[in-house]
Design a protein around this ligand. Sequence first.
Ligand code: IPM
Ligand code: MG
Length: 367
Amino acid sequence: MPHTITVLPGDGIGPEVMDVALEVLDAASAKFNFEISRSTHLVGGAALDATNNETPLPKQTIEASEKADAILFGSVGGPKWENLPPDIQPERGALLPLRKHFGLFANLRPGSCLPALTHASPVKNELIPNGFDVLCVRELTGGIYFGEPKGREDHNGDPVAFDTMVYKKSEIENILHVAFKAAMGRDKKLTSVDKANVLATSVLWRETANEIAAHYPEVTMDHLYVDNAAMQMVKRPDSFDVLVTENLFGDILSDEMAMISGSLGMLPSASLGEAKDNGLNFGMYEPSGGSAPDIAGQGIANPIAQILSVSMMLRYSLGETTAADAIDAAVQSAIDSGLRTGDLFTGINGEKKVNTTEMGNAILETL
Ligand code: IPM
Ligand code: MG
C-alpha cells in the first residue's frame, strides 16, 4: 500500500522550498522502497486568489486531506491578504481550522543549534559551546486560541474585547503523555511551563503534570513559570531537553527558541493527532518559519526546514524511520560541508553560499 499525503505548498517561499522537499521525498522513496501517492491542493492566499477571496481553505483541500495519512504543509500568508476580514485571512482562516478539524493537539517543535552554527545564534557563544537541542511540545487545539466566549461588546461607547483561556484536565493529560514519551526517547528531562502563580488553568496544568509524572518514573520533571522559562531560554538553552506548555505560551516560547537556534529556515514542526493502533499519528508537517514574503520568488530561501518536515512526516505518520534518519543525516552533512543559504551565511570558516536548489541538490546527492 502506498502512503497517501496531501501537499499544500501555500504562499511566499512555500512553493519553492516544497519543490525541493518533494525531490528529497521522492529520492527517499526510491532508495528505501516505499511508495508515496500525493496530490497537491490549494491553501492560504493561493486559495483565496483562486476562489475570488471566498476561502483560504477550500473544501477539496479538507476532503483530500481526510483521506490521507499526512499533510505536508508549506506556509501561508503575506501582505497581499493582510487587509481581508480576519476570518478569511490565511492564518486564521486556514491554519487554525486545519489544526482543529484534524484534532492536531500536539505540536512538536524541535529547536536545535548545531555546534557548527552556534555563531549564527544571537546567544553569546560561550553560553552554548556545544550548541543545544530542545524539543518544544506545545498544546495546539485548546487554551485561549479556541476558548469560548471570545468576542467584542460595546459597553456604553467603551468597547470591551475578551478571550477565554480554558483547559480540560483530559486535554492536559493528553499533551503531557506526548511530552513524557518524547522525553523517554531523549535525555529523559522534561520542563513543564505554566503560570500557576496567577492562572487557574495553570494550577490544573501543574497538578495534572505531577500526576502524569508518576507514570514515567525515569523522567525527571521540573516546573517553570513562563516568564522565568523565557529568561532561562536565552541564558542556558542547553539545560532544556523537552519543554511542554499550553498553546499561547508555546507559541511565544517556540519563536524565542527558533530565534536563538540561528535561523528559522532550519526548523521543522509536526502537529499530531491521537496515536492510532499502529503507533502512528495523522499529522501536519510544516516549517516553523512562515512564508517569508520578503525573499519569496528569488530562489534563495533555505529549504532545510521543509526537508526536515518531510523527515518528521516519515517518522511520525508514515513509519519510515530509516528514511527519516537518512534525510536527517544528509542535511547534517550538507551543513558540515560548509554549505549555507543566505540566512546562515557569515563568510567565516570556509562557508560556501548557496541557493535553494544548490542546497537541495547537495542533500539529494548524499541521500
Ligand atoms: C504558529 C503561528 C500561528 C499560531 C499563527 C500564524 C496563527 O504563529 O504556528 O506559531 O499562533 O499558532
Ligand atoms: Mg507562532
